[in-house]
Design a protein around this ligand. Sequence first.
Ligand code: NAD
Length: 346
Amino acid sequence: MSAQARGVSSAARVSARVARPSSSARRFSSSRSSPATRASSNTTLPIDLRGKKAFIAGIADDQGYGWAIAKSLAQAGCEIILGTWVPALNIFETSLRRGKFDESRKLSDGSLMEFAAIYPMDAVYDTPEDVPADVAENKRYVAYPGFTVSECADKVKADFGTVDIVVHSLANGPEVAKPLLETSRGGYLAAVSASSYSMVSMAQRFTPIMNPGGSIISLTYLAAERVVPGYGGGMSSAKAALEADTRVLAWEAGQKYGVRVNTISAGPLGSRAAKAIGFIGTMIDYSEQNAPAPKGLTASEVGDVACFLSSPLASACTGLTMYVDNGLNCMAVAPSVGLKALQPEA
Ligand SMILES: NC(=O)c1ccc[n+]([C@@H]2O[C@H](COP(=O)([O-])OP(=O)(O)OC[C@H]3O[C@@H](n4cnc5c(N)ncnc54)[C@H](O)[C@@H]3O)[C@@H](O)[C@H]2O)c1
């Protein structure tokens, strides 16, 4: 493993945790078997990602969607490799080392999710030539050379050969708190650069090292297609670009590499990035009051869908914007603001 790859552990594999049909005889047993027999047959439809490798960009704590996706993939037996934003890397590694995340690393059999390697990454830079002098000389960056997208992909290739799954779970919009009417050109372009082109850049650099049948997943938000007041600074535009690019990349990467590309439109979650926007609590309450599924949304529900989409079970799914938001996307009116008469009777 390269010196720059801050490997937290030596590629500890997650052992088998997925139920498998116990014998072919049982799999093909009579369709006339009694419900009791079927219940005891222990047949399942497994997501088995043992032997697969996932590169996940956008984890710097255990609160966000990236972490939940890593956990679901690890639960299915996948090896997890991370690309973590340089300014957040030191604190993330320190917290990990000190056991701060141990509770949330726990898998269903009690073992802890392991990371085969953690690479420094800044997804707004594609090659070393793109890095401005003030960033290259910044002491946080000097400590972690080789953080551009292409260098990161090169290191993954050198250390792991190929990967099967690539996850883009990152976004950044310096003017997200500003209405679009007040957003500067620089702020808008920075949002698109960090939140959408970063995905294109990753697809360019990682598809050549992805195995056929591989999967790329990103995270988008309903604000790409409906107005979410307060989600400003060009972030809504960035998510719209991400969704359009998902379709084009699905076509191109499907034809050239046999790789599928999907994006998950996730409901609101109180992650670190979302808290920085400022009104995430309101969005969570709104969703709980107005979404068809009357419940909270957990990060693990998004993680599990990402795991499914990355698995052979979803081999025909590509170019999708997959909503994982308790159904909020399909509502045209908000029952919580006085339309109680329209609600079905209990
Ligand atoms: N939280 C929500 O309500 C919500 C809803 C829908 C979609 N999403 C999307 O989910 C994804 C993950 O966000 P999250 O809300 O889980 O928050 P998060 O804070 O867990 O993840 C965002 C990550 O982006 C990283 N990052 C920022 N700039 C970067 C850069 N230049 N290079 C590399 N990494 C960078 C941060 O370090 C952080 O780890 C984002 O695309 C976000 O837009 C979030």
